[in-house]
Design a protein around this ligand. Structure first.
Ligand code: SF4
Length: 229
């Protein structure tokens, strides 16, 4: 049976987010974009790829196709060639072209603000929709990816096995005033501090509150040996 870290109390949870807020008052996505459409494209491309690699690819992509019209008109083999450094690039290329066409047909070429309309776009699931709703329009929703889920579990904020379950727990437990930035705080913390294999508990600002913090073993007191007497 999996042992879960103990749950933080509401007061401890508030202190965790107060520390994250103090360290980074205005957290931002590391994806580069200039318009809602470019962020939509970048987030779709970020599945199973690092933000750094996505930024390299989108530099070329956005120069060729900065809007839905240009993306829909780009020949598929050219789009695949631009995306070829990313995982799942063939399906991402197909999804992006279908999304560009749907944006033109149904939304006058704009990214919709409604969850239902976002999730109807090819390649856009709940997590991507949450990133867009949160980053573009400041909605208090938490997009749960692998970093967010790991940090939430280690901090005793969530125990759910699915992204939806973790999202529900986080939404219920994080004080409302912190929900707007919670996604970016947790993702950046997971990327740079609470890393999957080697979490930096020794320098983590959350360590005094964290039920999973690895602490240095207590120093063993030397017992006097026969020779030291
Ligand atoms: S103390 Fe360690 S396990 Fe806890 S949040 Fe910080 S890095 Fe992660």
């Amino acid at each position: 049976m999996t042992r879960h870290p103990r749950r933080l109390t509401p007061a401890e949870t508030a202190r965790v987010f107060a520390r994250l807020a103090r360290n980074n008052p205005e957290p931002r996505t590391e994806l580069r974009y200039r318009t809602p459409f470019e962020l939509l494209v970048a987030v779709v491309l970020s599945a199973q790829s690092t933000d750094r690699m996505v930024n390299r690819v989108t530099e070329e992509l956005f120069a060729r196709a900065p809007d839905p019209e240009a993306l829909a008109a780009l020949p598929l083999d050219e789009l695949e060639a631009i995306l070829s450094r990313l995982g799942l690039y063939r399906s991402k290329a197909r999804h992006l072209q279908a999304t560009a066409r749907l944006l033109l047909e149904r939304h006058h070429g704009r990214v919709p603000r409604e969850r239902e309309a976002l999730e109807a776009l090819p390649g856009v699931g709940r997590k991507t929709a949450n990133v867009l709703l949160n980053t573009l329009w400041g909605e208090p929703v938490v997009a749960v990816d692998t970093h967010v889920a790991r940090v939430a579990r280690r901090l005793g904020l969530a125990r759910g096995r699915t992204a939806e379950a973790v999202e529900r727990e986080l939404t219920a437990r994080i004080p409302r005033r912190y929900l707007g930035h919670a996604h970016h705080w947790l993702i950046l913390h997971g990327r740079y501090v609470c890393r999957a294999l080697h979490p930096l508990c020794g320098t983590c600002p959350l360590a005094p509150l964290c039920p999973s913090a690895s602490r240095p073993p207590p120093r063993r007191r030397r017992t006097p040996s026969a020779h030291s007497r």
